[in-house]
Structures are given as structure tokens and as C-alpha cells.
Design a protein around this ligand. Structure first.
Ligand code: PMP
Length: 362
């Protein structure tokens, strides 16, 4: 079977074991005589599957009891609106930390609902570093502070949690880093993520929200389907959930547990990113400008010192079966997204190709 090396940022490579399990289950899921796509979301077997997926996710991330797990739709982008809609009122101030493309979008969306204070915007350094916290312009009493834990396009990642979490809820967009390592959920008010990177297929959005924040929306007139409280009361089943995506996500959670959980996954991810950054840093041919302290484990952008050669690089990479290495249209260059399902061997293959290309074009 010819599987390519797919470095897409999302939808992204899924574990082969999981894809094979889907294939085996496809026509007759759990002896129901139906595929998962044909099963009622109110049936016992579906509810059991969903509950198991939640238990496995809670185990993996060690989600405390006072946090609610929601399986939603609308992508991470809808969370850009749901967070301010649920947590703030028009007169409230909220703080946004902008370290790249997605954080900027989130802040813009929030400004439709309340007063957004940009605590920092790393535009000054071209989104190559997270500005020191001492330089941030934090509000006195913001309702929350929003961060983008990993900027998928810029390749900038928080490897720490801003030290304000005991006073102000931190809302983190973890779309492209969730499940890449253990995290301390207690440090966050809300964690959200679109599924199509480490969680599973597109169409599913994960929200982990601290119980007290569920109450914030109670007096607000917001559509039922956008209310965290209503969604939590209905256990994410106000209407039909993305059944297939949820099922695949459940298989992925099991798979991650089977391979040893998130500390094992973290070790592998750390090694993978370290060797790719080393290959880039050791050469004058490839460039990654991100501050070493803030470099992403999951999305590694790079360019060629001779930018004229980038087109040829991408073309030749494709011929070698390495696809989707083109950087996001807003930044250009290249980007290797090396999520959980990208094995160390795939990263080694990429590095070998990069060395080969340099030898013949450097
Ligand atoms: N936030 C981040 C960090 C992302 O990487 C993305 C998508 N790549 C989004 C938000 C938007 O996600 P969605 O397409 O699920 O709305």
C-alpha cells in the first residue's frame, strides 16, 4: 500500500493502526450490522462509545473532576466567538495575547462582543518569539486572558503557562498541540481544539471547561447551541453530534493510551522536533527564525537561504512522496507539521531528503 508522507497542518496524518481499525469496523460496527455512520446517536451503543471516548480523554490528559468535556462542532474558529459570547458582557474587558495568525483572528472575533485589550502582539518581532511577560500590557481585571498555545502557521509555541492562572482564567486555543504531551489542565479556564490534527478527523471540536465558567452564560441571551451550559447539560447531545469524527477520535484516544500515554508521546515528539531543528540549524542552506525557547514541537516552518530554490525543493519533495510541505499562504516558505501520527522514521526521511537537496543545490 502506497501511503505518502503527509506533512499537512490539518486535516493531518492519522495513525495507520486507527485507519485500519476503521476499515475493519466499517460495514459492521460492534456487530450492529451497520457502519458507525448509520447508527443513531441516541442508541445505547453510540452513547457507550461516546462515554468511553470521554473517559479515555480524561485519563490521557488527567482532566480534573471539576472540568466538563464537550464534543462540539464549528471548529476552533467557532470557539473564537463562543468564548467571548459565553464569558463576557459588552462592557467587559478581555486580554488577548497575539503570537501569530490564529490569535489575531481570535482577538478580532472577540471584539464583536466585548472590549479587547491586546496584552501583547508579537507582530513587532514578526511572530518569531513570545514577548517577555514583563512587557505585556495586562488589564487590571480582565474577564479572561486568551492565548494560542501553539501557532500552527508561525510555529511559535508556549512551553509554559502565563503565571496568572490563579487570578484570571486562561483560555487556550490548543488546536495544534493538544495531546502532544501531558498538560496541567488546572492551569486553564477553557481549553479548546479543532480535532483535525492530533485528535482525529475534521468536524469535531473539543472543549474542556472549568465548571464555574459554565455559569457565566446563564443570564446571557445566546443561541442554545452556542451555550456551554446548555451543551454541558445535554452532554454535548442537544442535536446530532459529528458521529463518525467522534468515533475515530475515540479510537485515537485508545491508541494513545495503548502506546503508553502522553509522556511517551511527548518524548517522541520532543526527539522528532529536536532533530529537525538541528538539521535546519546545522546548515546555512535552511533557516528557521523562531526563538529557540518558543519553537513549536508540532509545526516547523523553514525557508531556504536562496528563496528562488523553494519551488524546486517542494517539487522534488513531492516526487519523493513528501507532500504538503508548502508553508501557509500568509508566510510562504515551507512548513513540516509533525503531529503525533508522524513517526520518527518519517522525520528521518525528511531530514535525509533535505540533506540530499542541499548537497545537490547548495
Ligand atoms: N486555531 C489554530 C491554532 C489552528 O491551527 C486552526 C486551524 N488550523 C484554527 C484555530 C481554526 O480551526 P478550524 O478550522 O477548526 O476552525
Amino acid at each position: 500500500m502506497n501511503r505518502i508522507h503527509n506533512f499537512n497542518a490539518g486535516p493531518a496524518t492519522l495513525p495507520i493502526e486507527v485507519l485500519e481499525a476503521v476499515q475493519t469496523d466499517l460495514l459492521n460496527w460492534k456487530k450492529t450490522g451497520m457502519s458507525i455512520m448509520e447508527v443513531s446517536h441516541r442508541s445505547k451503543s453510540f452513547i457507550e462509545m461516546m462515554e468511553q471516548a470521554e473517559r479515555d480523554l480524561r485519563d490521557l490528559l488527567d482532566v480534573p473532576k471539576n472540568y466538563c468535556v464537550l464534543f462540539l462542532q464549528g471548529g476552533a474558529s467557532l470557539q473564537f466567538s463562543m468564548v467571548p459570547m459565553n464569558l463576557s458582557s459588552p462592557k467587559d474587558i478581555v486580554d488577548y495575547v497575539i503570537t501569530g495568525y490564529w490569535g489575531k483572528k481570535a482577538a478580532l472575533e472577540a471584539s464583536l462582543f466585548c472590549n479587547v485589550n491586546i496584552a501583547t502582539d508579537a507582530a513587532n518581532n514578526d511572530y518569531t518569539a513570545i514577548p517577555e511577560i514583563s512587557t505585556w500590557n495586562q488589564s487590571k481585571e480582565p474577564v479572561y486572558m486568551h492565548i494560542t498555545q501553539n501557532e500552527t502557521i508561525n510555529g511559535v509555541e508556549f512551553h509554559f503557562v502565563p503565571d496568572i492562572s490563579d487570578r484570571i482564567p486562561i483560555i487556550a486555543d490548543m488546536s495544534s498541540t493538544i495531546l502532544s504531551r501531558p498538560i496541567n489542565v488546572n492551569k486553564y479556564g477553557i481549553i479548546y481544539a479543532g480535532a483535525q490534527k492530533n485528535i482525529g478527523p475534521a468536524g469535531l471540536t473539543l472543549v474542556i471547561i472549568r465548571d464555574d465558567l459554565l455559569q457565566s452564560a446563564i443570564d446571557k441571551k445566546i443561541p442554545t447551541l452556542l451555550s456551554y451550559k446548555a451543551l454541558s447539560d445535554a452532554k454535548s447531545l442537544i442535536n446530532t453530534p459529528p458521529t463518525f469524527s467522534l468515533y475515530v477520535a475515540g479510537l485515537i484516544f485508545k491508541h494513545l493510551k495503548n502506546i503508553g500515554g502522553l509522556s511517551v508521546v511527548a518524548d517522541i515528539n520532543k526527539r522528532k522536533s529536536k532533530k529537525l531543528y538541528k538539521a535546519i540549524d546545522d546548515s546555512d542552506f535552511y533557516i528557521n527564525l523562531i526563538n529557540t525557547k518558543n519553537r513549536s514541537w508540532m509545526n516547523i516552518p523553514f525557508s531556504l537561504a536562496d528563496r528562488q530554490l523553494e519551488k524546486t525543493f517542494l517539487l522534488e519533495a513531492e516526487l519523493e512522496g513528501m507532500k504538503n510541505l508548502r508553508g501557509h499562504r500568509s508566510v510562504g516558505g515551507m512548513r513540516a507539521s509533525i503531529y503525533n501520527a508522524i513517526s520518527e522514521k518519517v522525520v528521518d526521511d525528511l531530514i535525509s531528503f533535505m540533506k540530499y537537496f542541499e548537497k545537490h543545490n547548495g
